[in-house]
Design a protein. Structure first.
Length: 232
């Protein structure tokens, strides 16, 4: 049995990952920022322990990890997005997206690493996006953060590998989560048809990829696309 920590675990990909790890018999802790009712529901359904924490706040992250007795797997899933022209993106919005999507990983990895170093073993899985690989018009800040996640993953894999810690990344495509709630149904259908598989993804699709990377002992520094072939 492993002890897994999942950030952004109250909904979407995070909640699906929490559920899958719990189903596999692992001890699961998950961080969430403000979706208290959703977090309570996930906790009740899975038996996982919910901890309220804004990953952009280093003090809050340290306090959260002080409640966790051990860490074998860290899934850095927490993320936010913004849509609009870069010229119309406020500096405050830009900074917030980077604080959550990039600095949040910095905070959580630093909090989990002492657990890994103590036993000379561990696994980190980050969550990027296909837009971090290709870029997306009107999502410059989001794309930039997700590109940074990929670079962090590859650099950390080299840095932490000698200590027995693997670091990998999933790069989801169009996944039917709250982030897609504002996208018109006809646009989602068009994107589904553009994927060779002919559909958009589910949170469970990504959770399965995360679970594989979390336990694939000879895989590190890799970016695993989970996009139905939308980006090849």
């Amino acid at each position: 049995m492993l002890t897994a920590v999942v950030t952004g675990g109250s909904r979407g990909i995070g909640a699906a990952t929490v559920a899958l790890f719990a189903e596999q018999g692992h001890a699961v802790y998950f961080l969430y920022e403000k979706e208290h009712a959703a977090a309570k529901a996930v906790s009740q359904q899975t038996g996982a322990t919910a901890i309220c924490c804004d990953v952009a706040d280093n003090t809050a992250v340290k306090a959260a990890f002080s409640q966790i007795p051990d860490v074998d797997v860290l899934v850095c899933n927490a993320g936010i997005c913004g849509y609009g022209l870069m010229s119309q993106t406020s500096e405050e919005e830009w900074d917030r997206i980077f604080d959550v999507n990039v600095k949040g990983i910095y905070h959580c990895v630093n909090a989990a690493t002492p657990f890994f170093l103590k036993k000379q073993k561990g696994s980190i899985v980050t969550v990027s996006s296909m837009w971090g690989q290709t870029g997306a018009s009107c999502e410059v800040a989001y794309s930039a953060t997700k590109g940074a996640v990929i670079a962090m993953t590859k650099a950390l894999a080299q840095e932490l590998g000698p200590s027995g810690v693997r670091v990998n990344c999933v790069s989801p495509g169009v996944i039917l989560t709250d982030m897609c709630a504002s996208v018109a149904p006809e646009v989602l259908e068009e994107m589904a048809q553009d994927a060779p598989i002919g559909r958009n993804g589910t949170p469970e699709d990504v959770a399965k990829a995360i679970a594989y990377l979390a336990q694939a002992d000879f895989v590190t520094g890799q970016v695993l696309p989970v996009n139905g072939g939308y980006v090849l």
